[in-house]
Design a protein around this ligand. Structure first.
Ligand code: PMP
Length: 335
């Protein structure tokens, strides 16, 4: 037990998250599996770090000035992180999202003070897509910047400069492998680059959900998606600027069912309520641990990311009707 942190500034509450040894996953892998508690950030997700670095970078470049506006196209955790950081720094937030997103998400963003611009869902190639709409809105708004989380490498810098050194220090420099899934790719690329700077032998594995193209890309060089996933925040079909040069040594593909099983077990056996991307990450970490143990390595230690709180998914992952409608197994205590 270490002493709780004391901070003079609310923004310093972002990062410095705890790392926790996960009992069930460690037993399943036959080695230590550690989870980085990103749900402990003020916005309850890993994206607070990207939001803080993106906003600080825009300030440092002189693009974002007092009273300015941050615009982003996102429905999820990035919008929540941006709204909180922007509030703390005196900026306005405008979030563009497709109008088919959950009411919970819209309510959350409005509750935080963000202005919501709803657009009809459409394909990425359509100029009316929410990402392109957000870019145009930023260009047309006086004093506004576009956060551009996918291709703004201030995102992965957050993980090179904060998440990776924290994990390295928390494990006293004794870590063999790291894995997580990619949305923008900021976390896997940034933590990967950051950990390799300490020790290039640390194995970095991409854990990809079904329906994403990166597993195939790192395995064969071809961007090709297979299957589908209901996991929010992960699943990428292209090499974003954040993913360019990511030091990926190996890759795993994890189904929603396998991820959900860890979500259920971590909740019921270890008292952690998480979203599905965390479950998929833990399943990937167990695979990576098993792989290294099978090579005859001793005292293997693997770390992964517990991306966000399950409280964000009460009407989906933790709702029997929703799970049934998606053809997914219903948690026994909800059935
Ligand atoms: N899990 C969740 C729940 C997320 O919102 C995100 C962010 N898109 C990720 C994982 C993936 O993080 P990154 O964008 O850094 O790849």
């Amino acid at each position: 037990m270490t002493m709780a942190l004391v901070q003079n500034n609310t923004l310093d509450l972002i990062g410095n998250t705890p790392l926790v040894l996960l009992k069930g996953p460690s037993e399943a892998a036959g080695c230590e599996i550690w989870g980085k508690c990103e749900f402990a950030n003020p916005g309850a997700s890993v994206k607070d770090r990207a939001a803080l670095w993106i906003i600080r970078d825009a300030e440092a470049r002189g693009e974002l000035k007092p009273g300015g506006t941050v615009v982003e196209g996102t429905a999820g955790n990035t919008g929540i992180g941006i709204a909180l950081v922007a509030n703390a720094r005196g900026y306005k937030t405008v979030i563009v999202m497709p109008d088919n997103q959950s009411k919970e998400k819209m309510d959350t963003l409005r509750a935080l003070g963000a202005e919501l611009v709803l657009v009809p869902p459409t394909k990425f190639a359509d100029p009316a897509h929410f990402v392109h709409t957000s870019r145009r809105l930023a260009e047309e708004t006086e004093g506004a910047v576009w956060a551009n989380q996918f291709d703004n490498v201030a995102n992965r810098k957050a993980h090179i400069e904060s998440t990776a050194p924290e994990i390295w220090q928390q494990l006293d420099g004794r870590i063999d492998g790291f894995t997580c899934a990619a949305g923008t790719g900021g976390t896997i690329a940034g933590v990967g680059l950051g950990l390799k700077a300490f020790d290039e032998n640390i194995r970095i594995a991409l854990t990809d959900p079904h329906g994403a193209a990166l597993y195939s890309y790192y395995a064969t060089g071809e961007l090709k998606a297979e299957g589908t996933s209901v996991a929010e925040g992960i699943g990428q079909g292209r090499i974003t600027a954040n993913l360019e040069g990511a030091p990926i040594d190996t890759q795993f593909r994890i189904s929603d069912e396998a991820g959900l099983e860890w979500v259920a077990r971590l909740l019921r056996e270890e008292g952690l309520c998480l979203g599905l991307s965390s479950g998929i990450n833990v399943a990937g970490a167990v695979e990576l641990g098993k792989q290294m143990v099978a090579e005859g390595r001793k005292d293997v230690r693997v770390a992964t990311i517990l991306c966000d709180t399950g409280f964000r998914y009460l009407s989906t992952l933790y709702n029997a009707e929703w799970l049934r409608a998606k053809g997914l197994p219903v948690f026994p205590w909800l059935a």
